[in-house]
Design a protein around this ligand. Structure first.
Ligand SMILES: Nc1ncnc2c1ncn2[C@@H]1O[C@H](COP(=O)(O)OP(=O)(O)OP(=O)(O)O)[C@@H](O)[C@H]1O
Length: 545
């Protein structure tokens, strides 16, 4: 049902003296237009700050309700709120949602007809625009023509707020850097006294700082919600211990009925293969990646959004703007490149706050492949040595957090939150990760994983990559050396009983307590010492005590 706007401005004397951002009045707007009983967490603080003219940096997890922080201010006083958004699909969705509620929202993009655009511009020029929310791309915002239009609107006192959605796109430290966002730095110069609201679900402190500086926020109210997603259950499964990861995922999806899911894969071919496999298994499923043409992609997206398809097997191209709230499972079929990317992607599950799951399939081959990709990116990105070094160090340390998430034995939730600088007691998890729920089982798996890794002779490969990761030296040569190294290592192992004895002792010493990383480090150390110094298994025993 469409609703007529609820008038916020009253001319009566008593009302005149009341601030527009009074709590009861804002709650009334929330209930009237959106049907929600109360504001969530930091929403009210953000709304009151921007209504009083103050800049605000608002950090809320995915599905936290960031949109309300600019939609309510747009309804609280005459004039418009400009919303900068990175994706046309995102803008379109929001505008459709607003119109359904009878709220005057529009977006400007290259996809619109001249007729629609002219109508919007005429409304803006009219001196009394009926528009409340105008969504634009960062590219358009920064053009001189559009900026001068904004200045005109502002000179008439009608530009109430500039909201920057997905504000982390401005930071080259972030996982979704968009060069066009950089142009938004000029907003403050052009519109010095219009409050800016930066919104993001990005947790990395470095990115947060960068966003605030880049947008030149002045004394902003900084609001940070917890990143904990209590309705998500976190689980890791180990590919090296499974007979068939495709079959395993197929049974997970089947066990959950006709559930809505996103499966992220590293490569397009895996998307196609896995999607075909799941479809053959009777799952309503489609692949989505940048190798498909625009038409095919938008048809997959449409089918999924409208529930004609339940599962999308996709690369990370299936990203921001994915607006289905009932995603019950986000599966990473390959390890993501960083905790930040993992958090964003897994966060697409359960945006309706209902119980949902994040499932990651971890494999040692995937780990090595990702290390290779990160090293390749580093060599491609050849601006200057220091930039390369900075970006390489960052990628490597970002990825090592992800490896620790998979290979360590502690609470997964705690690891996620701690990687974003949030300290939490383990009790917060309430057994909603596999590590807390089944610690013994996980310890068993990690023990088996170590053995499987050693059996498959991944040992020497991990050794090479870990060492290169720590000294940052010959990282990019890892793959070139890999074949040779594993070949020669195998030769030595095959004919050398000493090293087998050393490995056995080291393994037995560590299998109960240590995490996989720790074990591998010990084993590396033992193996290296053996070859260098020919120490005995007894000496290894002493060394590891
Ligand atoms: N105060 C509230 N009470 C109840 N539901 C709310 C409230 N505020 C927002 N919501 C609902 O929460 C859901 C998520 O809101 P929204 O899309 O704004 O989140 P978001 O933080 O922008 O998420 P994302 O980062 O995924 O875009 C929506 O369905 C919205 O209607």
């Amino acid at each position: 049902m469409k609703k007529s706007p609820l008038a916020m401005q009253s001319t009566s004397q008593t009302q005149k003296n009341k601030p527009l951002h009074e709590k009861e009045a804002l709650v009334k707007l929330l209930r009237w237009h959106f049907g929600h009983a109360q504001f969530r967490d930091k929403q009210l603080d953000a709304i009151q700050a921007v209504l009083s003219g103050r800049d605000c940096f608002c950090l809320m997890p995915t599905g936290g309700g960031k949109s309300m922080c600019y939609q309510i201010p747009a309804l609280a006083k005459p004039g418009i709120v400009l919303v900068v958004s990175p994706l046309i699909a995102l803008m379109e969705n929001q505008v459709i949602g607003l119109k359904e509620k009878g709220i005057a929202g529009e977006f400007l993009s290259s996809t619109q007809t001249m007729q629609v655009k002219t109508k919007i511009y005429e409304d803006l020029d009219s001196g009394k625009p009926s528009l409340r929310l105008l969504y634009v791309t960062p590219e358009l915002t920064a053009t001189p023509g559009f900026m001068s239009k904004l200045k005109k609107i502002h000179s008439r006192g009608l530009l109430n707020l500039v909201a920057i959605d997905e504000a982390h796109c401005i930071s080259s430290w972030g996982h979704d850097f968009r060069p066009s966002y950089r142009k938004l730095s000029s907003l403050r110069n052009y519109l010095p006294d219009v409050p800016i609201l930066a919104l993001t679900a990005t947790a990395a402190p470095k990115v947060q700082k960068d966003v605030m500086e880049s947008l030149c926020l002045q004394n902003p109210l900084v609001l940070k919600s917890s990143f904990n997603r209590p309705n998500l259950f976190y689980e890791v499964r180990y590919k090296d211990l499974l007979d068939d990861a495709y079959a395993d995922l197929c049974s997970v999806l089947k066990a959950n009925g006709d559930t809505c899911a996103i499966v992220y894969c590293l490569e397009r071919t895996t998307c196609d293969e896995l999607s075909a496999y799941l479809s053959a298994g009777g799952i309503s499923c489609a692949a989505y990646h940048a190798g498909l043409n625009d038409k095919a992609r938008s048809s997959v997206l449409d089918d999924w959004i409208s529930s004609r398809k339940q599962v999308v097997v996709a690369t990370v191209a299936f990203g921001m703007g994915i607006d289905r709230k009932d995603v019950r499972l986000v599966c990473h079929f390959n390890i993501p490149k960083s905790m930040e990317a993992f958090y964003q992607e897994s966060g697409r599950a359960g945006r309706d706050q209902l119980p949902s799951k994040s499932l990651l399939y971890y494999g040692m081959d995937d780990r090595r492949r990702m290390e290779f990709i990160l090293s390749k990116n580093q060599s491609k990105n050849s601006q200057s040595f220091s930039t390369r070094e900075r970006s390489s160090k960052k990628s490597i340390s970002d990825f090592s957090q992800m490896v620790d998430y998979c290979e360590g034995s502690g609470c997964r939730r705690k690891k996620i939150l701690e990687s974003f600088g949030e300290q939490i007691p383990v009790s917060l998890c309430k057994n909603s990760c596999d590590a807390c729920k089944h610690p013994n089982l996980l310890a068993k798996y990690l023990g088996e994983l170590t053995s499987a890794v050693l059996q498959k002779n991944h040992f020497s490969q991990i050794f090479i990559s870990s060492q290169d990761m720590t000294d940052g030296g010959q990282y990019s040569e890892f793959w070139n050396r890999d074949d040779e190294a594993s070949g020669s290592e195998e030769d030595i192992s095959d004919c050398d009983d000493g090293i087998e004895a050393v490995k056995k002792v080291a393994n037995s010493k560590l299998s109960t307590k240590a995490g996989l990383n720790e074990r591998i480090n010990f084993l590396q150390h033992a193996e290296e010492s053996y070859y260098r110094n020919k120490i005995s298994d007894k000496q290894v025993n002493v060394m590891l005590n």
